[in-house]
Design a protein. Structure first.
Length: 157
């Protein structure tokens, strides 16, 4: 009996176990604040969506809005640049290219010949871009106000 009491007293006098650290089971990887500070002091980078996913999203949004979309040239599935050839009922519009900017974000920029109706200059530009960057995606959109659709789509990504 005495040994049981002594054992109980020894256990009671032991220091309390430290509280267990609770870790998040799920967090939003696109939110740098939820990932916590980087111990190396570097900025936390946000995961980028794959080009194939973004192109598929653009195709579906165009078709949902009642337009026509087609892939004219397939690029790299992961990180290819996206070139959008805009048109409205067959009338050529601007060429828009998704580029990586110096501040770490993507921007959309009008590129190509100044006159969008010059089909030969437009085709030559696309051919030169494709030769210079074989990872380039070329997507054609035929919908009213295609640049506005691209801007709305870009805000989602």
């Amino acid at each position: 009996l005495r040994s049981r009491v002594r054992a109980a007293l020894r256990v009671a006098m032991l220091p309390a176990a430290p509280a267990r650290t609770r870790y998040l089971r799920h967090f939003d990887a696109s939110d740098p604040k939820s990932a916590g500070p980087d111990p190396r002091g570097a900025t936390v980078s946000v995961a980028r969506l794959k080009s194939r996913f973004l192109v598929d999203l653009l195709l579906r949004r165009t078709e949902a809005a009642g337009g026509f979309a087609a892939i004219l040239a397939r690029g790299d599935e992961t990180s290819g640049i996206i070139l959008v050839q805009c048109s409205d009922r067959g009338e050529p519009g601007p060429l828009l290219e998704r580029r990586f900017s110096l501040d770490g974000r993507y921007i959309w920029q009008a590129v190509g010949p100044d006159d969008p109706k010059d089909g030969e200059a437009r085709a030559n530009y696309q051919e030169r871009r494709r030769k210079a960057d074989p990872d380039l995606w070329i997507v054609e959109l035929d919908i009213a106000d295609a640049p506005q659709l691209v801007a709305e789509w870009a805000a989602l990504t």
